[in-house]
Design a protein around this ligand. Structure first.
Ligand SMILES: C[S@@+](CC[C@H](N)C(=O)[O-])C[C@H]1O[C@@H](n2cnc3c(N)ncnc32)[C@H](O)[C@@H]1O
Length: 260
């Protein structure tokens, strides 16, 4: 009997931001193959009897090459295992979930993708930044802040420098200074509000609110502390006006207490 593979989004890190569907599938797993971004809080929810395989990727160093991960998933499923491939955030948002799904489907393995809460929406909510807001941002764009093989970021900078659109930069810690410069050169005001959030939604969360001109310096202490997400645009200016300190939102209050 061939098993199946669930490509599961673990969400941004907080234990209770795993979806109910993901939790249900996790409870039935024989094997859990997980990434570096999956937080200890989520790994605590892996059932005792399930085998754990850490294929954690670190920047500039893929602990287990993607091709090996692909083959491992096929091998485990072919051996009849129910496999949960657990990924940080959402598997189809900068998660290489589509590459794994394609490989599995080509190998004839039954595969299901379970969406997770992506860090953009989770981090934004955790620090009181709406990604869109009538009159301030009519859209939002998610971009990767680094390139394969550390090449230059080859974006349509004029297109990205749109004051009516919120820009969310994933994996941008190393390049945020260069990104800010390119956006300003393309016409965005250096005073545009910008936020950095590290370890969003976890007890280790910290964040800062700055401007395009200052965000690289302000976020520098986050280097090496955990995953960092950048949000750029006028909506960031709303953060101080959204009162997240209501008693019904203890997590949100803790987030504000940790702002730099
Ligand atoms: C390879 S991408 C994976 C994104 C993930 N699939 C998602 O949907 O959030 C890794 C990047 O996601 C962002 N990220 C993921 N979890 C985060 C968190 N808890 N706090 C801040 N940023 C996070 C960071 O920008 C990090 O460099």
């Amino acid at each position: 009997m061939v098993g199946r593979v669930y490509l599961v989004g673990a969400g941004p890190g907080a234990a209770d931001m795993l979806t109910v569907r993901a939790q249900r599938v996790l409870q039935g797993a024989d094997v859990v193959v997980f990434d570096r971004l999956v937080s200890p809080e989520i790994l605590d929810q892996v059932p005792r009897g399930a085998m754990r395989i850490d294929v954690g990727k670190r920047p500039q160093h893929h602990a287990v090459p993607q091709e090996e991960i692909n083959d491992m998933l096929v091998r485990l499923a072919t051996a009849g295992r129910t496999v949960v491939r657990l990924k940080g955030g959402d598997p189809f948002t900068f998660g290489r979930g589509s590459e794994e799904a394609r490989h599995l489907m080509r190998a004839g393995i039954a595969t299901e993708v379970i969406a997770g809460v992506t860090s953009a929406s989770a981090c934004a909510a955790a620090v009181g930044i709406p990604l869109t807001h009538r009159g301030l941002a009519s859209g939002v764009r998610y971009v990767a802040g680094h390139c394969r093989n550390d090449g230059n970021l080859d974006y349509d900078w004029r297109g990205l420098a749109d004051p009516d659109t919120t820009l969310v930069v994933y994996m941008g810690m190393a390049q945020i200074g260069a990104i800010a410069v390119r956006l300003v050169e393309a016409g965005l005001s250096p005073e545009t509000p910008a936020a950095a959030i590290v370890n969003g939604t976890t007890p280790r969360q910290r964040h800062c609110i700055a401007t395009l001109a200052t965000i690289a310096n302000r976020a520098r202490p986050y280097q090496g502390q955990g995953p960092v997400l950048f949000i750029i645009g006028r909506v960031v200016g709303l953060a101080p006006t959204l009162d997240l300190s209501l008693p019904s939102q203890p997590g949100a209050r803790a987030c504000h207490a940790s702002a730099d």
